[in-house]
Design a protein around this ligand. Structure first.
Ligand SMILES: Cc1cc2nc3c(=O)[nH]c(=O)nc-3n(C[C@H](O)[C@H](O)[C@H](O)COP(=O)(O)OP(=O)(O)OC[C@H]3O[C@@H](n4cnc5c(N)ncnc54)[C@H](O)[C@@H]3O)c2cc1C
Length: 485
């Protein structure tokens, strides 16, 4: 059976839902999402959204901070687009009822406090207002627990996707005039990550299988302050805003050690702090320490973080919190132009799956929620023009056959996923070596991937390793050592 829609959106995070909201003015929208609608990384974002709104701040400073953190590898036009687009993006979120606090917060790499939040779970608040706003739109329908298995490419154009309900074997077809990849990140390819279980880089595999190249995927950002213990396959994040408020990072002897690595210490960019914590961890546990900060202020600013820590018998105001660096964010992805368009006609990419060039070799904190909103608007503006020009005709894919894919038992799929995570964490993690990369490549290809989900992860892992090998010198978040420290 073929479903028909004007716009097929794959993913229900900030990027997918914001794009759905804007495109619903132009035609019918189908949002497809693996798992339930809230199973996204957006749900877990804590810090906030960056933007120049304060009188004592200025656009050039946000641009400079982004370019510097990106290690000179950013596309400046894309950076300018998000920085200048921030006031409108934040206004949009307010217009759909996001309650933004009056004072911005400071995060590492920013030379001013310019991270706007609604609470210490800003991502969850954003997702809730977007769900409410999109559910009100008659033109938008949702398909949960359904994944995109393959993009439909016909006559050189993307015409939708082959999809599969997670509980069924059979595949269905969605015919779409335009398809928007909003599948998020790839943290789950690494054994330790802040990312949700659905973040295994599916969108990148779909794009590669459709004939596209990936860009900058060696630049994986590792976050230095995740809770050292994992639960439900991910590590809980301790937001950078905690450090912005004065949290210290100390070793098992209670010593602050970051100044040895960078004079900005706790507020240095994430890659530097992650590497320093990684090195220090080799000799003992590392902690986040907020005990010197007014407990009343900590409790009122971080109630949700406190609540999660309580489940682990920890309290920010009284305890040293054990931390570890983990895989967090993919700076690269499917390359797009400034309108979110990929090289494949009919296919757009937005959010973490896309490589717009904004983040270069390393992402500045809180620029990703911003990028998702600014580029979802850019996509809708571009598609509005094609509607006005009536540039796209009806799509007919009736004659196309669904691909034959192997579906194995989910426990087998998970076991291979775990193995890939182990190989990537051990050899393609915070500190990389030529030897480790070669070993990872060899081990990744020996995984007998028959199920399409394992094949997708294997493919993306392989592409990341290849990208790392193609860049023997360190840059930004990609750190090459002569030997493992
Ligand atoms: C713990 C944490 C904290 C963060 N804090 C901040 C912050 O404070 N500020 C900031 O700017 N950024 C932050 N980030 C980064 C930011 O949250 C993400 O980059 C952003 O939310 C990604 O949005 P997205 O819509 O691209 O992807 P997601 O929100 O991850 O959504 C991806 C969607 O795609 C779906 N999907 C995936 N594959 C398929 C498939 N094959 N078929 C169908 N659906 C599929 C998923 O189910 C999901 O619905 C944080 C990230 C994490 C993990």
């Amino acid at each position: 059976m073929t479903k028909q829609t004007d716009y097929l959106i794959i993913g229900s995070g900030i990027a997918g839902l914001a794009t759905a909201y804007f495109l619903s003015e132009l035609g019918s929208v189908l949002v497809l999402t693996k798992g339930e609608v809230r199973n996204t990384n957006t749900y877990w974002a804590q810090g906030g959204i960056a933007g120049v709104l304060a009188k004592d701040d200025n656009f050039e400073s946000h641009i400079e901070d982004t370019l510097r953190t990106g290690a000179g590898h950013c596309k400046e036009a894309a950076v300018r687009q998000i920085v200048f687009g921030a006031p409108k993006a934040i206004k949009f979120l307010k217009s759909i009822d996001l309650k933004i606090e009056k004072e911005p917060m400071l995060e590492g790499g920013h030379s001013k406090a310019r991270v706007w939040r609604s609470s210490d779970f800003t991502g969850r608040d954003i997702l809730e207002v977007l769900i409410k706003a999109t559910q009100k739109k008659k033109n938008i329908s949702f398909l949960e627990k359904t994944e995109a298995v393959e993009l439909i490419v016909d006559e050189g154009e993307c015409k939708g996707a082959f999809i599969r309900n997670e509980e069924e074997e059979k595949m269905e077809k969605v015919a779409a005039k335009n398809t928007i990849l909003a599948t998020g990140g790839l943290g789950q390819l690494f054994g330790r990550t802040t990312n949700t279980l659905g973040s295994g880089g599916d969108g990148l595999a779909l794009a590669v299988n459709a004939g596209l190249e990936l860009q900058d995927i060696e630049f994986i950002q590792f976050h230095p302050t995740a809770l050292a213990v994992s639960s439900n396959g991910r590590h809980f994040l301790l937001s950078e805003v905690l450090r912005g408020m004065g949290a210290k990072i100390v070793n098992s002897r209670g010593e602050r050690f970051l100044k040895k690595f960078d004079p900005r210490a706790e507020l240095a960019p994430r890659d530097l702090v992650s590497r320093a914590v990684y090195v220090e961890e080799l000799t003992g546990p590392v902690y986040l320490d907020m005990r010197h900060i007014d407990p009343g202020k900590v409790r009122s600013k971080f109630p949700n973080i406190q609540k999660t820590l309580k489940e682990h018998d920890l309290d920010l105001t009284k305890d040293l919190i054990p931390i570890t660096p983990v895989a967090h964010y993919a700076c690269g992805g499917v390359p797009t132009d400034l309108h979110g368009a990929t090289q494949l006609p009919g296919l757009y990419a937005v959010g973490e799956v896309a490589c717009t060039g904004v983040h270069g070799a390393n992402r500045l904190a809180s620029n990703s929620l911003l990028e998702a909103i600014v580029f979802s608007k850019a996509i809708s503006e571009t598609l509005e023009k094609s509607v006005l020009m009536d540039a796209r005709k009806n799509v007919n894919i009736d004659s196309l056959e669904s691909p034959a894919v192997v579906i194995e038992d989910i426990n087998q799929v998970k076991a291979y996923g775990k193995r890939i995570g182990q190989i990537m964490w051990e050899n393609v993690g915070i500190v990389r070596t030529a030897e480790g990369l070669a070993k990872a490549k060899k081990e990744i290809i020996t995984i007998p991937a028959r199920d399409y989900r394992v094949q997708h992860r294997q493919l993306v892992a392989y592409k990341i390793i290849e990208a790392c090998q193609a860049r023997p010198q360190s840059l930004g978040a990609h750190y090459m050592a002569k030997e493992i420290i």
